[in-house]
Design a protein around this ligand. Sequence first.
Ligand code: FES
Length: 59
Amino acid sequence: MVKPAKNGPLFLYGNLEVCSGTGRTVNRAEEVHLCRCGHSKNKPYCDGTHAKIGFSSED
Ligand code: FES
């Protein structure tokens, strides 16, 4: 399941596998929070920077 947080990251739930651009698995988890503001210093994960920069989403 994918759930966008208002003015924040995408919450993903399920049996997840995060892969690099070359297909290497970098993480397996049941919940991840992916950055969608583009300013996280820990991409692809949200590090809370969206709140500091005032990221605004339409959903
Ligand atoms: S959405 Fe949280 S740091 Fe980008």
